[in-house]
Write a protein that binds this ligand. Structure first.
Ligand SMILES: Nc1ncnc2c1ncn2[C@@H]1O[C@H](COP(=O)(O)OP(=O)(O)OP(=O)(O)O)[C@@H](O)[C@H]1O
Ligand SMILES: [Mg+2]
Length: 261
């Protein structure tokens, strides 16, 4: 990759290195994919400390589609960032597939995320100086995978998300919905077992959002992958296996979904 890359890339996907980790195949099927134990996150601001997530215990099984609901500022993004290892907890642990990612050094945690987890952001987070195809292939190229195979697979995914003919366009030439479809292709290109999506349709109009959601579910939940999605949309929550409400630092199971968030 010859182009200069923004620094955020290294925070999200690390440099060109591979990691020897226990493979997902070594997991027993009755083991939860995610185990959060006493997970706490506090932020300090202007000399004051605020606890956003307070001693959360949670398990998520393989293949589940979990929706996180909660008012703005309740901690949904914080929770997703902790599960992905983008942020580290103040205390407590995050175990994914039997690996305690909170015990990993920063750099290894970044590489773990790149290898095992897909993340879809509300604002797409595509790299503007890379083409659509390069955006999808980048994390895998950094992981040292063979270029031709990575590129072929990326084109296949772009075809699945309906954007094969835009492979060589730059992101700013694409609509919001198209950019999010590229971001979904990028998030699943390395075939992660776990997809985290932070309001992936929050920045799209209703019809485009519905199409992006359908596609995301088809490529993840319907394919047996675990999907955790933060959203304000109760209609999306209706589709989930499990709805969790993030509120007052805690998480509770929500049995019915009524009204707007
Ligand atoms: N780096 C930070 N420093 C200080 N406070 C932070 C930081 N990141 C998040 N917060 C605070 O933590 C709380 C939870 O934020 P978070 O982004 O997780 O909420 P959210 O549920 O995702 O909200 P929204 O629905 O608006 O996206 C907010 O009050 C926010 O201001
Ligand atoms: Mg958020």
């Amino acid at each position: 990759m010859q182009k200069r890359l923004p620094r955020q890339i290294y925070a999200l996907w690390g440099g060109a290195e591979t990691v020897p980790y226990p493979s997902w195949q070594t997991l027993s099927s009755d083991m939860p994919l995610i185990t959060l134990c006493q997970l706490t996150k506090t932020f300090s601001e202007g000399g004051q400390t605020r606890t956003v997530l307070d001693a959360i215990d949670l398990t998520v099984g393989t293949g589940d589609f979990v929706v996180l609901l909660g008012h703005s500022g309740s901690g949904k993004s914080t929770l997703l960032n902790l599960i992905s290892g983008i942020e580290t907890p103040s205390s407590g642990t995050v175990e994914i597939g039997g690996v305690d990612i909170t015990a990993l050094p920063d750099h290894q945690r970044t590489l773990f995320r790149r290898d095992r987890i897909g993340f879809v952001f509300q604002f797409f987070n595509l790299i503007p100086t890379l083409t659509v195809l390069e955006n999808v292939t980048l994390p895998q190229e950094l992981a040292g995978r063979e270029k031709t195979a990575v590129s072929t697979h990326a084109l296949h995914l772009l075809n699945r998300v309906g954007l094969a003919d835009r492979a060589h366009a730059f992101p700013d030439k694409l609509s919001g919905g198209e950019q999010q479809r590229v971001a979904i292709a990028r998030a699943i290109a390395h075939d992660p077992m776990l997809l985290l999506a932070d309001e992936p349709t929050g920045n799209l109009d209703e019809e485009t959002g519905q199409r992006v959601l359908d596609l995301l579910l088809e490529l993840t939940h319907a394919a047996g992958k675990t999907l955790i999605m933060a959203t304000h949309n109760p209609d999306i929550a209706q589709l989930a296996d499990r709805v969790l409400r993030v509120q007052d630092g805690g998480i509770s199971n929500q049995l019915s979904v009524i009204g707007n968030q």
